[in-house]
Design a protein around this ligand. Structure first.
Ligand code: DON
Length: 560
């Protein structure tokens, strides 16, 4: 029997709404942290009615699809990293979108060779074939204890009854007002009389409720086959999109082995391709393990971290893509020897310009929005899941009367080599569009384990997801004192190889720190706003005590 501690339990949501603490709920032996209190409540409801962490994950993901339609949903995809306590199994559920068969590289390039980025970002041409409906079904059937109809019930209720828009919803609808206005169904559901909605606006989604109800009653396949699928395809094609019925019928969730390695004795279990997260984290952390991190100043430490990231992200751009379509040299990229060789070029005194690093071609021979949640249950099962429709409100296209807003994940492919995407990421032919292929992702749900306990974490934030997870792992492993609230709130800096600059959260670093890095030759630029919305759950190995923390940035309308 799960006992919810009333101080922090799901029952006191009204009082906790004021502090934001209800996004992260800890009971005696279980904890849930998500980006929205109503989604966290949905997970609590399922745990209380006898479900396990996997059932709760289905409930949280489905509720997020309703209350954060700008971030994730059944028109998008995601990754679910699971740990099953009974047999100590870790598995990565890949529910990433796939490119439709008619999405050839040429479709996204004009006749002068320029990328047609609008087609990859807006409207139905931007949408990959969604993976989330298949994932909900897969996780429920293979890992859960309750029926899909039961676990989807809280989300269906929220969609039917509506929920009050919060500051983040209002910010997203302001940002995407004109995109949403361009699609009748999207405007009707998500705008207030055709205008951006303010906080407090009641968002009611009866058609999405019907779609979720259908999935609960008939299973995930009802989304991909038969009448519903035909309706989806008709809506998409009528509006100029590329989907065909066979694209939906061919969609499959893939179970993959997570990337596993150790960093200074802590075990890291994280995301494999088509997420670039695991390989970039492994390379960066292996490099950092060989650096004198505990004996240097804060700015020197940042210099090493930036140089490690620069190299990790460079390999993301050069070599990574869907492993089912491109021979990514995974073994090499995940090896300590390779990382140490890459780290050998780091000068403690000077930044390595990315343009200089780009000449090193011999290193390997072979060729907003999003949402994260973390769960631990009383049996020790864990879920770290990052789900997404990509940009805020995805493609802005709602497929007619289905109530489903479609993703814009086609932009995560490389449209033209060297041309940056929404997150300023560049890439190679490893991540070029091919029918059925999954676009390379940065989403990195992660577990960190050591003698002290186990940490379940992740965050949205596009390309900056990996640097955020990296800095949190460093905070947990390298700092003497563990403090989960600090870990999710720590000021962030980011380097992704190109553009060649350190981006910092505005107002978060001292002038001395910035000057010391500039003296080493780095360009340091404050971003427009802070980024990330990390959700973490920690279980203390000795006491069994659970702690949860939600990123304070996610409280105030911060989108990225
Ligand atoms: O898969 C990816 O890497 C991106 N589509 C994630 C997008 C994201 O995190 C937007 N965030 N706020």
């Amino acid at each position: 029997m799960i006992k919810i501690n009333k101080m922090f339990g799901c029952l006191l949501t009204v009082a906790l709404m004021v502090t934001g603490a209800s996004r992260a709920v800890a009971a005696e032996q279980c904890g849930i942290a998500s980006a929205h209190e109503l989604a966290t409540n949905a997970g609590c409801e399922i745990l209380r009615s006898g479900g396990n962490a996997f059932d709760a994950a289905v409930a949280v993901a489905a509720a997020l699809a309703v209350v954060e339609p700008f971030a994730s949903g059944i028109g998008g995809g995601g990754f679910f990293l699971l740990h099953r306590a009974s047999d100590n199994v870790d598995v990565f559920i890949d529910a990433r979108e796939t490119a439709p068969a008619r999405a050839t590289p040429d479709f996204f390039v004009d006749n002068t060779g320029h990328a047609k980025q609008k087609a990859a970002l807006e409207g139905p041409t931007a949408a990959g074939i969604p993976g989330e409906p298949a994932a909900l079904d897969w996780v429920a059937r293979r890992y859960g204890k309750l029926s899909l109809a039961r676990t989807l019930a809280p989300a269906i209720r929220l969609a039917k009854q509506g929920f009050a828009a919060d500051a983040r919803y209002a910010a997203a609808s302001r940002m995407q007002e004109s995109l949403l206005q361009s699609n009748g169904a999207a405007a009707r559901i998500f705008l207030d009389h055709g205008k951006a909605a303010a906080a407090g606006f009641l968002v009611i989604q009866p058609q999405l409720a019907d779609t979720l109800h259908m999935i609960g009653a008939e299973g995930g396949t009802s989304f991909y086959r038969g009448d519903f699928a035909r309706r989806l395809v008709t809506q998409v094609q009528t509006a100029g999109g590329l989907w065909e019925l066979s694209d939906l019928e061919n969609y499959r969730v893939i179970e993959r082995a997570p990337v596993k390695f150790t960093y200074r004795g802590a075990s890291i279990t994280t995301s494999p391709l088509p997420s670039s997260g695991g390989l970039v984290l492994a390379q960066s952390l292996f490099i950092l393990e060989s650096m004198p991190m505990s004996r240097v100043s804060e700015s020197e430490r940042a210099h090493y971290i930036v140089e490690a990231m620069r190299r990790g992200y460079q390999d993301r751009a050069r070599f990574m893509g869907d492993p089912g379509f491109f021979a990514v040299p995974v073994k090499k990229l995940a090896s300590r020897e390779y990382a140490l060789a890459r780290g050998a070029s780091i000068d403690p005194q000077r930044a390595t310009p990315s343009s200089v690093l780009a000449q090193d071609s011999a290193a390997v021979e072979e060729g907003a929005d999003t949402s994260h949640f973390s769960i631990i249950d009383a049996a020790g099962n864990r879920v770290a899941a990052t789900v997404s429709v990509n940009g805020p409100f995805g493609s802005g296209f709602v497929a007619g009367d289905t109530g489903v807003i479609l993703n814009n994940h086609m932009d995560d492919f490389v449209l033209v080599p060297g041309v940056p995407n929404l997150y300023k990421l560049v890439g190679s032919k490893a991540n070029a569009i091919q029918p059925g292929k999954r676009p390379l992702s940065s989403m990195s749900p992660t577990f960190v384990e050591d003698d002290r306990g186990v940490l379940v974490l992740g965050t949205p934030g596009g390309s900056r997801i990996i640097s955020m997870v990296l800095e949190s792992i460093l905070d947990y492993v390298d700092r003497a004192e563990f403090d989960l609230k600090r870990l999710v709130a720590t000021p962030r800096f980011h380097h992704q190889y190109l553009p060649d600059r350190i981006e910092i959260e505005p107002g978060s670093f001292s002038d001395d720190w910035i000057e010391a890095l500039k003296d080493k030759g780095h360009v340091v630029e404050p971003g427009k706003r802070k980024w990330g919305n990390m959700q973490a759950v920690f279980r203390d190995r000795k006491t069994g005590r659970i702690e949860t923390a939600s990123d304070p940035r996610g409280q105030s309308g911060v989108l990225f």
